[in-house]
Structures are given as C-alpha cells and as structure tokens.
Design a binder for this molecule. Structure first.
Ligand SMILES: Cc1cc2nc3c(=O)[nH]c(=O)nc-3n(C[C@H](O)[C@H](O)[C@H](O)COP(=O)(O)OP(=O)(O)OC[C@H]3O[C@@H](n4cnc5c(N)ncnc54)[C@H](O)[C@@H]3O)c2cc1C
Length: 258
C-alpha cells in the first residue's frame, strides 16, 4: 500500500475554448482517466497540472455525412459498440472496442485517449489505420487534419503539439464492401493486453493491414509484407513468438479474404 498520495492540480474544462486556453498554461487533458489514473495510482504521474475534458459534450458526438463518419475524441468504446452505422461500415472498430478491457473500461475509456496514450499494444489503432482515419488536432491557433498513418512517429512520439487537443476522428465511408479481419492475441481471450493485434481489409488486389504490439508504435502496411515489423521481447511475450503469430495471422487474413 502506498503511504504517500502525490499532489496535483486538477481543473475541469467548461468548454472547448476554455480547455484550449488551459493547455497553453501547461495543463494536460484527462478524458476517461483509464490510463492516467493507473499511472497516478502507481505514483508515476510526474506531471502536476491536469484538466478534465470528460464533460465536454461537443467532443462526444458521432456525425454522419455522405463521405465520412466523424466522431469526437471522447467517444467511448461503449458508444462505438452501440453505433449501428459503425457496425455496418467499420466492423473492426466494434471488434476492437469489444475486446478492450471489461465493461467498466469500455464505459469510461475513450478512443481519443487510446490514440494519444500511444501504447504500441493499444487495440483501436490498427483498426483506425486500415480504415484510413484522419485525426483533427485543435489548438488556439486553429485546427488541422492529419492522416492517422502519419500521426505516430515512434514510441510515444506523435505529431501533437503541447497546446493541441485531439478533437475528432473521421473515417472515409469507402470500406463497406471490403472484407474485414481483426484478431487480438493475448494471454486470455478478454481483459488481456495484446501480444499481437492484427487488422486487415481487402478488396481484390487492394489490401490494407495494420499491427499492434510488434514495434514501437502501431504499424501500417499497404501489402502483405511483414518485414517492416520489429517485435521485441518483453514481459508479455518474445520477439520470436510475436513474429510467428504475425505471420500466421497474415496467412489467415489472406486465406479468409481470398
Ligand atoms: C483495466 C484496464 C484494461 C484496459 N484494457 C485495454 C485493452 O484491452 N486494450 C487497450 O487498447 N487499452 C486498454 N486499456 C487502456 C485504456 O483503457 C485505453 O487506452 C483508453 O482508451 C484510454 O482512454 P481514456 O479516455 O481513459 O484516456 P486518459 O487516461 O484520460 O488519457 C490517456 C492519455 O491520452 C491523453 N489524452 C486523452 N484524451 C486526449 C485528447 N482528446 N487530446 C489529447 N490528449 C488526450 C491524456 O493526456 C493521457 O496522456 C485498459 C485500461 C484499464 C485500466
């Protein structure tokens, strides 16, 4: 049991402009807190200025236009699982959400938090990569859309400035007729961190594949060549096992989508 509870400052953002102004004062966002609070509890939260954005309804919407489905960064796994249009057109998002933690984590954890926490083992990034997602980054200077394939630059390194908030994620509505394939391999079927996570979509010769837990960040491939992956040995698995599982999943995907 810890005898010392670390002290930190917490503000609650009133609205998006308030949140953006607090970012410029050195506050960092807490969305669902399911990653941040684990660090807090472990005494590993070095940063002292935090801002809750959880109560901003403008960041928890799912909008549908003819070309895109756009959802707010605060969209939870449960919100995703309840969305009929995401289920119909982006089923890998549903599978990733359903395999993330348990119900309590799904009710609280957000897709934006999963992206910015930037764990190489996170479960929604591979699905977002194959669906050609774009992320909207907003600061007091304005907003910009970045292709998600270019967002992660290395281990926990992202194209995200300290005064930027991830505000929305949009998916182009062009994959409904493709074959969709998702596998999470962990120690157990549920409530386990991925040893390898695989997402793939295919239509004829066109193929998009992404993997998690096999490199410093989620990895996107435009073909079936997995030589770009660089798994490591760690507490959850070995590099050799991960490489073999990635090969097996690629074969399974190619077979299932042929
Ligand atoms: C019991 C348990 C089981 C879990 N199981 C899984 C699992 O199976 N698969 C998996 O992938 N993850 C899992 N997680 C991790 C976690 O639930 C997810 O990563 C979740 O999506 C994080 O979202 P959050 O809103 O809680 O993020 P928070 O903890 O609030 O924030 C995470 C990080 O993102 C930043 N951030 C959050 N929102 C924004 C934003 N809009 N703009 C900029 N920065 C932002 C925060 O500053 C922080 O650095 C698990 C966690 C727990 C506690």
């Amino acid at each position: 049991m810890r005898s010392h509870v670390p002290s930190y400052e917490l503000v609650v953002a009133r609205d998006l402009p308030h949140a953006l102004s607090m970012l410029t004062e050195g506050f960092r966002p807490i969305a669902g807190g399911t990653d941040v609070m684990v660090l807090f509890e472990a005494g590993k939260l070095a940063h002292k200025k935090w801002m809750s954005i959880r109560g901003l309804p403008e960041l928890r919407t799912i909008d549908v236009t003819p070309d895109h489905i756009t959802f707010g960064a605060l969209t939870t796994y449960t919100d995703v699982r309840r969305s009929a249009i995401i289920a119909a057109e982006f089923p890998l998002m549903i599978e990733a959400a359903a395999l993330t933690g348990g119900i309590a984590t799904q009710n609280r954890g957000t897709i934006g938090g999963n992206i910015v926490n930037a764990s190489p083992a996170a479960d929604t990034p591979p699905a977002l990569l194959v669906y050609d997602a774009e992320v909207e980054l907003t600061s007091p200077r304005g907003s910009r859309w970045v292709p998600y394939t270019q967002f992660h630059k290395g281990y926990k390194v992202m194209d995200l400035a300290s005064d930027e908030l991830l505000t929305r994620i949009r998916l182009p509505r062009k994959f409904a007729s493709w074959t969709h394939f998702y596998r999470k391999v962990g120690t157990r079927r549920a409530q386990a961190i991925s040893k390898v996570c695989f997402a793939g979509v295919r239509r004829g010769d066109q193929m998009r594949v992404a993997l998690g837990s096999v490199g410093p960040a989620p990895i996107f491939l435009e073909n079936s060549d997995i030589s770009a992956i660089s798994p490591i040995d760690d507490v959850r698995s070995t590099a050799r096992y991960r490489m073999q599982v990635a090969k097996n999943l690629m074969e399974e995907f190619l077979h299932a989508s042929a």
